[in-house]
Design a protein around this ligand. Structure first.
Ligand code: GDP
Ligand code: ZN
Length: 453
C-alpha cells in the first residue's frame, strides 16, 4: 500500500548531481522540525528564508546556507517540508543529506515528493505527470503544454466531462428505480442529445491531448534502403536542422542531437541505423533481418532509393513486409543527378513518394511536411495539454463507452446497460486524474520521476 509509508519522513538532494552555485536538500514529513532544530539550531519561521549554520551531530559546521520551512498542509507535499540550501558541491550535499538521514529521515524514492503531493490531494495524477513532463520538456512547445496541464487545465476539462456524465447517469438511474411508476426523469431524445455532446467534447479533448502526447513523445522514424542511396546523408541533414537551432547551447553534443531532433516542435527520434547500414549490406540475410527488426519498432519508415535506379525488388520486398500500423514514405533521392524535379506523388498502391536531393536540399521541405503530417501534428502549438499514452487510452475507452451507450439507446436496449456504460466512461476519466487507480499504476508513474521531485 503506497499510502502506508506516508507517516515517515523522506529526504533527497533535489538539485542535479555535480557542482552548482547552490544545492538543495529537501525533507518532507513529521520529522522536519526535529531535523531543523538539530541542523540549524531552531525551526525557521514558516515560509521565510533563514540564513543559518548547518551543523552535524558532533556540532561541527558543515556549511552555511538558507533554511526554508513550510508547515503542512500549506506545502508542496501537504506535509511539513524543510528545504536546506547549501553550497552545491557533491561532498557538502552528501554531508547535509547524511545528517538529515541520521536524524531519522529515509532516502526518498524517485518522484516520492510528487507522489505525496498527489496522495495528500495537493495535485491530481495528471498534474503530477505534468511536473515530470515539464522537467523533461525538450522543446518550448512541450514545456508550454506541460505547464498548461500542471495548472490543471487538462484536469478541469476532464472533471467537467465527468460531472456531466454523473448527472446523466443519475437521471438514467432514477428512471430505472422508478420504472414501475410512470415518471420519466429524462426522455430518450434528451439522453441521445447529451451523449452526442459528451462525444464531441471527448473528441476535442482527445485531439488536444494527442498533440500534447506527440510533443512529449514524438515519433520514431527509421531510415532504410540499399547501401549508398543517401541514408547517412539524410540523417545528418535532418539532424542539421536541429543543430542550426541549438548550436549555442553549451554542452550539447552532436551525437545527442542526432537521435533526438525536433521539426517545428515535433520531436523525432531517428533510429540509429548508422551501424546497420554502414557495416552491413541490407541485401544480405543478416542485414534484412536487422532491418525488419528496426522497422517493426518504428512509427514511420523512410524507404530511400536512388532516383536513377528507381524501385527494385528489394524495396518492394521491404514494403510488402511492413507491419500494418507502420506508415511509410518512399524517397527517391539524388534528383540532382537524375535531372528530375522535386515532387510529391500519391498513389493508392505505393502511397506517398517524394523525389528530392539530400545533397542540394531540393524537396526537403516536402519531407518535413510529410513527417509532420504522418505524426498527425498540426504544429500550431496552442491549447495543447501535455498528455501521455495512458491518458489517450483512457479518453478512448471513455469514448467507446459513450458510443456503446448511444448504441443501446438507439436499439432501445435496457436502461441498466445504458447506465453501466456511463459508469464505465466515468471510471475511465477518473483514471486520468487518479481518483480511480491502482497502486501498480502509481508505482509505474512515479518511478520514472527524478529523485527529489
Ligand atoms: P548510405 O549508404 O545510404 O548511408 O548513403 P550515404 O549517405 O553514405 O551516401 C552515399 C553517397 O551518396 C555519398 O557520397 C553522398 O554524398 C552521396 N549522396 C547522398 N545524397 C545525395 C544526393 O542527393 N545527390 C548526390 N549527388 N549525391 C548524394
Ligand atoms: Zn550510411
Amino acid at each position: 500500500d503506497r499510502k502506508g509509508g506516508l507517516s515517515d519522513t523522506i529526504a533527497a538532494i533535489a538539485t542535479p548531481p555535480g557542482r552548482g552555485g547552490i544545492g538543495v536538500v529537501r525533507v518532507s514529513g513529521p520529522l522536519c522540525c526535529h531535523v531543523a532544530e538539530h541542523i540549524t539550531g531552531r525551526v525557521p519561521p514558516p515560509r521565510y528564508a533563514a540564513f543559518c549554520r548547518f551543523r552535524n551531530r558532533e556540532g561541527e559546521t558543515i556549511d552555511r546556507g538558507l533554511a526554508l520551512y513550510f508547515p503542512g498542509p500549506r506545502s508542496f507535499t501537504g506535509e511539513d517540508v524543510l528545504e536546506l540550501q547549501g553550497h552545491g558541491g557533491p561532498v557538502v550535499m552528501d554531508w547535509l543529506l547524511s545528517c538529515v538521514l541520521q536524524l531519522g529521515a529515509r532516502l526518498a524514492r524517485p518522484g516520492e515528493f510528487s507522489e505525496r503531493a498527489f496522495l495528500n490531494n495537493k495535485i491530481d495524477l495528471a498534474q503530477a505527470e505534468a511536473i515530470a513532463d515539464l522537467i523533461e520538456s525538450a522543446s518550448e512547445q512541450a514545456a508550454r503544454s506541460a505547464l498548461r496541464s500542471l495548472h490543471g487545465e487538462f484536469s478541469a476539462q476532464i472533471q467537467e466531462l465527468r460531472d456531466q456524465l454523473i448527472e446523466l447517469r443519475c437521471l438514467v438511474e432514477a428512471d430505472i428505480d422508478f420504472s414501475d411508476e410512470d415518471i420519466d426523469f429524462i426522455e430518450r431524445g434528451a439522453v441521445a442529445e447529451r451523449l452526442q455532446g459528451l462525444q464531441s467534447t471527448l473528441r476535442r479533448i482527445h485531439r488536444s491531448a494527442q498533440q500534447g502526447a506527440l510533443l512529449r513523445e514524438g515519433i520514431r522514424v527509421v531510415l532504410v534502403g540499399r547501401p549508398n542511396v543517401g541514408k547517412s546523408s539524410l540523417h545528418n541533414r535532418l539532424a542539421g536542422f536541429e543543430a542550426a537551432i541549438v548550436t549555442d547551447v553549451p554542452g550539447t553534443t552532436r551525437d545527442l542531437l542526432r537521435e533526438h531532433i525536433t521539426i517545428d516542435g515535433l520531436p523525432i527520434r531517428l533510429s540509429d541505423t548508422a551501424g546497420l547500414h554502414d557495416s552491413m549490406d541490407i541485401i544480405e540475410q543478416e542485414g534484412m533481418r536487422r532491418t525488419r527488426e528496426e522497422v517493426t519498432s518504428a512509427d514511420h519508415v523512410l524507404l530511400i532509393a536512388d532516383d536513377q535506379v528507381g524501385l527494385t525488388e528489394l524495396e518492394q520486398a521491404i514494403l510488402s513486409e511492413l507491419p500494418d500500423n507502420v506508415t511509410y514514405t518512399l524517397i527517391l533521392n539524388k534528383i540532382d543527378l537524375s535531372g528530375a524535379s522535386a515532387e510529391r506523388r500519391e498513389d493508392a498502391q505505393e502511397g506517398v513518394m517524394l523525389r528530392l536531393s539530400v545533397l542540394t536540399g531540393a524537396g526537403m521541405d516536402l519531407l518535413l511536411q510529410r513527417l509532420k503530417e504522418c505524426a498527425g501534428f498540426d504544429g500550431e502549438g496552442e491549447g495543447y495539454f501535455s498528455a501521455r499514452r495512458r491518458h489517450l487510452e483512457a479518453l478512448q475507452r471513455a469514448g467507446a463507452a459513450v458510443a456503446a451507450a448511444g448504441e443501446i439507446l438507439r436499439e432501445e436496449g435496457p436502461e441498466e446497460m445504458l447506465a453501466e456504460e456511463l459508469r464505465q466512461a466515468q471510471n475511465a476519466l477518473a483514471e486520468i486524474t487518479g481518483e480511480y487507480r491502482s497502486d501498480d499504476l502509481l508505482g509505474e508513474i512515479f518511478s520514472t520521476f527524478c529523485i527529489g521531485k
